[in-house]
Design a binder for this molecule. Structure first.
Ligand code: MIC
Ligand code: SF4
Length: 754
C-alpha cells in the first residue's frame, strides 16, 4: 500500500505553476531547496521574494511525524486546540521508550509492561484524531518514514531533530517542537525563517572502506556543531548521484549535528530504486512527470558559488573513513590519525562496546556492509574483543535481514540483537556496570555522543563511525586499529587483514515483512475515548501558562549560569527521564541537572539566594517559584543544541524561569522557548556573559515596549550595590511577541478560537 498517494499527486500537480511563479519573481535559476520551499508557501503561488536568513515565512507542510517521547506533549497540546481530526497526514512512532538489555523479544515485552499506559494513550489519541500509529517494535521513526512516507519534493515537519533524515528522499524535512506540530495539525500555517543555503558539491566516488557516514562526519568536522545554523544544506554533483538513497538519508540525518535546518538531495536514480524497492512505484511514476522540478536547476549546479551562501567541496575518492568524538559529534579524526590523536588526548583506546543502529545507520545496506566484516572475522576464527549490539531500523529491515542470513552472521559472533528502536542511542541501555562510572570507550554508528547520552556514565568516551568501521574496531577492541592497513591475529596465531566491506544497497530478493506494526486510525474517531488518569505519574493534562502581566520583569534572581556545552540533554536529560515525557510537573525535576554551574564547576549545584545554600537546580527553582521570585538562566554558545524536545523549554516555563539569556541559541530550542511564552534572548555584546555574578538581581527596563528588531535593556544589580546595564538582542517577530504576551502560542490559538 502506498500511503497518501492522492496527497502526493496533488502536491505534484501544483508544482509546475508554483515553480513558474517563484522563478518569475526570483528572476534566476533555482536551487532544489528554493523550489520545495516556494511550492509549499501557505499563501499558494509566491507573491514576493523572501530574503534568506531574514524573512519569516508561513509554510504549509504536507505531513507531520512524531515519536513516542515527544508525541505525548505534542498531543496533550493538540487536545487543547479543540479540533476533531488532524489537518494533514500525521503519524506517531513508538520507538524511544524501549530499553535495550538482553535482546529484542524480552526487552520489547518488558517495555510493553512498563509503558503500557503511555502506549495506550498514544494509540487511542492517534485513533481518535486520525493519526497513523506505528506500534512498539515497528521501527525507528525516521527509518519508517523513509520507507513509507517520504517523497521527493515534499515538505514535512516532525517532533524530533532527526526528521531531517527524509532529505535522503529529496524532501525538505524539519525537526520542530510539539507546539509547531500542533499548528500544522490544527490547520494553521507553520512559520520558519527563510533559510540560508549551503551547497555541498560531491565529486568522485566512495570506495573501499569509506561510506556515506564519512561524508557527514567530514562535513561536521568542517562546519562544527553550529556551522549549519539557519541553513539548509543541499548536496549535489556526480558523487551525490552515486550514493544510495539510505546513504543520503544518513548524511541528511546527521545534518542535525551541525545545527542545519535540514539537508536535501535532488531526485535521482537511487531514489527511484529505493521507492520501487519499498513498494512505491506509484510515487516514482508521479515524480517522473515533474522530475525537472525535483532537483536544482542545472545552472545552479554548474555555478554553485553564485547561488549558495556557502560552498563546500568534497572529493569522495580522497575521503578517508572518520571517527568523530568523544563527547561531541564534530570532532573528526581520520582513521589513520587515531593513534596519534588518542595518545595526545589520553582517550582510552580499549573499546568495550560496538553498537550499530539508530535512525542514522540502520538500513539494510548498513547491516549488510557491517555483516560482511563480521563474516570475515567468523570465517577466520577471530573473536570480537568488544561486546556487540545492533538495533535494526525497522521491522521490514529486520525481517529481511533475518531472511537473508545477515542477522545470523552477527549472531555467530555473539551480537545482541536489540529491538527495532532507538535503544542505547537515547540512553535506553541497561549497560551492566555503567553505574561504576569507569573511564571507558565505546564506538557506535549513532549520530550523537554527548556526555552520558548512551549509558549515563560521564566517563564513557563515545565515538561515532560508520557501521563497518564500528564492526572492525569492535572486533579489534582497539580504537586505534586501522582496518585499511593493520592486521589482527586470529585464534591460530595467524595474521589476518580485512578486505573492504561490501553490502547490497537493497535486498536482491526485495524487502519482505510479516507484520510491519502499523495501526490505521478509525475513520470517525468521535467516540474514541482518550484516558488520562488524574493520579498518573506518567501523563498529566496541561494547564494554561499564565499570561504576561504587562509589567517589566524585575527583581529576578539567577538560577544558573551554565558554562560551555549545554545541549537539550543537559537541560532535560533523556534515559531514565523519558518515562515522564507526558507529565510536565514530574519531568521538571530534571531541569538543567546536567548543566555545569560556571561559578563552582559542578553539575546540579546552584546557590539558592533565599537560603544562601547550594542545592539541586530543580529544587532551588521550585523554592524561587514558591516565593514568587522570577529567575533567569544564562548560557554560552549554541545553547539548546541537539534534540527537539520542548520539555527543555516547558520545564523552565512551568517552574517560573522568566528568561534564558545566552551567547547564541540552537534553532529548534529558540523557537520552543518562544512558543512556550518564554523570553529567549542573546547578549548583544558576548562579553557581557562575564558580567553576570552569582548573587545578581536583574531588572528588565523596557519590556513594556517589546518590539521586533529592538534590543531589550537589562539592568544587573550586583551584590556590591554596583550595577551594569546591558543590551539583549532577540529575534521575535510581532506574532511571536503575541505568544509571549498571551503566555504561550497555544494560549493564543485558544484565544483566537473563542
Ligand atoms: C534525540 O536523538 O535526542 C531524540 C531523543 O530523538 C530527540 C527527541 C527527544 O528528545 O525526544 C531529538 O533528536 O529531537
Ligand atoms: Fe532515536 Fe537516536 Fe535517532 Fe534520536 S537520534 S530518533 S534517539 S535513534
Amino acid at each position: 500500500m502506498v500511503f497518501d498517494i492522492e496527497m502526493i499527486k496533488r502536491i505534484y500537480s501544483l508544482y509546475p505553476e508554483r515553480i513558474e511563479a517563484a522563478r518569475k519573481l526570483v528572476g534566476r535559476p533555482l536551487t532544489l531547496t528554493e523550489k520545495i520551499l516556494y511550492t509549499h508557501l501557505w499563501e499558494g503561488n509566491a507573491s514576493q521574494v523572501y530574503s534568506r536568513g531574514n524573512s519569516y515565512v508561513d509554510f504549509a507542510p504536507d505531513r507531520v511525524a512524531m515519536q513516542d517521547a515527544t508525541a505525548q506533549m505534542a498531543l496533550l497540546q493538540f487536545m487543547q486546540a479543540g479540533k476533531k481530526k488532524v489537518a494533514v497526514p500525521s503519524t506517531v512512532h513508538a520507538d524511544h521508550l524501549i530499553q535495550a538489555k538482553v535482546g529484542a523479544s524480552k526487552d520489547l515485552q518488558e517495555s510493553l509492561n512498563q509503558n503500557n499506559e503511555v502506549f495506550n494513550f498514544l494509540s487511542s489519541i492517534s485513533n481518535k484524531y486520525g493519526i497513523g500509529f506505528w506500534k512498539p517494535g515497528a521501527g525507528i521513526i525516521h527509518q519508517v518514514v523513509l520507507e513509507n512516507y517520504a517523497f521527493p519534493g515534499g515538505m514535512m515537519i516532525g517532533t524530533d531533530s532527526h526528521t531531517v533524515n527524509a532529505g535522503g528522499l529529496g524532501m525538505i524535512a524539519i525537526g520542530v517542537g510539539g507546539a509547531d506540530a500542533v499548528d500544522v495539525m490544527a490547520a494553521m500555517a507553520w512559520e520558519l525563517k527563510f533559510p540560508k543555503l549551503i551547497g555541498v558539491r560531491l565529486t568522485g566516488k566512495l570506495n573501499g572502506w569509506t561510506s556515506a557516514k564519512d561524508v557527514i562526519l567530514k562535513v561536521a568536522d568542517i562546519l562544527t556543531v553550529k556551522g549549519g545554523t539557519g541553513a539548509v544544506v543541499e548536496y549535489f554533483g556526480e558523487g551525490a548521484l552515486a550514493l544510495s538513497c539510505t546513504g543520503k538519508g544518513t548524511i541528511c540525518n546527521m545534518g542535525a549535528e551541525i545545527g542545519a535546518t535540514t539537508s536535501t538531495f535532488g531526485y535521482d536514480e537511487s531514489m527511484r530504486r529505493y521507492l520501487n524497492a519499498t513498494g512505491r512505484a506509484e510515487v516514482v511514476s508521479a515524480a517522473d512527470l515533474i522530475a525537472e522540478h525535483l532537483t536544482g536547476d542545472p545552472e545552479v549546479y554548474d555555478d554553485p558559488k553564485t547561488y549558495f551562501d556557502q560552498l563546500i567541496e568534497i572529493n569522495l575518492s580522497d575521503l578517508e573513513p572518520h571517527i568523530n568524538g568523544p563527547f561531541t559529534p564534530d570532532n573528526g579524526t581520520p582513521v589513520s590519525k587515531m593513534k596519534e590523536q588518542a595518545k595526545n588526548n589520553e582517550w582510552p583506546t580499549k573499546v568495550e562496546w560496538g553498537l550499530i543502529g539508530s535512525c542514522t545507520n540502520s538500513s539494510y545496506e548498513d547491516l549488510a556492509r557491517a555483516a560482511s566484516i563480521v563474516k570475515q572475522a567468523v570465517a577466520n576464527g577471530l573473536l570480537p574483543k568488544a561486546e556487540f549490539g545492533i538495533n535494526p531500523g525497522s521491522e521490514q529491515v529486520r525481517f529481511t535481514a533475518e531472511r537473508d542470513g545477515i542477522l545470523e552472521d552477527f549472531e555467530k559472533m555473539g551480537t545482541k540483537i536489540f529491538t527495532n528502536a532507538c535503544g542505547p542511542c537515547i540512553g535506553q541501555w541497561a549497560r551492566e556496570g555503567s553505574e561504576k562510572q569507569e573511564k571507558n570507550t565505546i564506538i557506535h554508528s549513532f549520530n550523537r555522543n554527548f556526555s552520558k547520552r548512551a549509558d549515563g556514565n560521564p566517563n564513557t568516551h563515545a565515538f561515532v563511525a560508520s557501521p563497518e568501521i564500528v564492526a572492525a574496531i569492535a572486533i579489534a577492541g582497539d580504537l586505534c586499529f586501522n582496518p585499511l592497513t593493520d592486521s589482527l591475529i586470529n585464534a591460530k596465531g595467524e595474521a589476518f587483514k580485512f578486505s573492504a566491506p561490501h553490502g547490497e544497497e537493497l535486498p536482491i530478493n526485495g524487502f519482505s515483512v510479516e507484520d510491519n506494526g502499523y495501526q490505521a486510525p478509525a475513520e470517525d474517531g468521535e467516540s474514541v475515548q482518550v484516558v488520562v488518569a488524574p493520579d498518573s505519574s506518567r501523563l498529566q493534562l496541561l494547564d494554561n501558562f499564565p499570561m504576561w502581566d504587562g509589567e517589566n520583569i524585575t527583581g529576578a534572581k539567577l538560577l544558573i549560569k551554565a558554562k560551555g556545552k549545554c545541549t537539550t540533554d543537559h537541560i532535560s536529560m533523556a534515559g531514565p527521564w523519558l518515562k515522564y515525557r507526558g507529565h510536565l510537573d514530574n519531568i521538571s525535576n530534571n531541569l538543567l541537572i546536567g548543566a555545569e554551574n560556571a561559578f563552582n564547576g559542578k553539575v546540579n549545584s546552584v546557590k539558592n539566594s533565599l537560603t544562601l545554600n547550594y542545592g539541586e537546580v530543580p529544587a532551588v527553582q521550585r523554592a524561587y517559584k514558591a516565593a514568587g521570585i522570577p529567575t533567569i538562566v544564562v548560557g554560552d554558545h549554541n545553547y539548546g543544541e541537539g534534540s527537539s524536545r520542548e520539555h527543555a523549554a516547558m520545564e523552565p516555563r512551568h517552574l517560573g524561569v522568566a528568561a534564558v539569556i545566552v551567547k547564541s541559541f540552537a534553532r529548534i530550542h529558540e523557537t520552543n522557548l518562544k512558543k512556550q511564552g518564554m523570553l529567549g534572548l542573546t547578549f548583544q555584546n558576548e562579553a557581557d556573559y562575564d558580567k553576570i555574578q552569582e548573587d545578581d538581581t536583574f531588572n528588565f527596563i523596557d519590556l513594556t515596549s517589546f518590539l521586533p528588531g529592538k534590543a531589550l535593556t537589562l539592568e544587573i544589580v550586583h551584590s556590591t550595590g554596583k550595577s551594569d546595564t546591558i543590551l539583549l538582542n532577540h529575534t521575535y517577530n510581532s506574532s511571536q511577541i503575541d505568544w509571549f504576551k498571551a503566555g504561550s502560542a497555544l494560549n493564543l490559538i485558544k484565544l483566537m478560537e473563542n
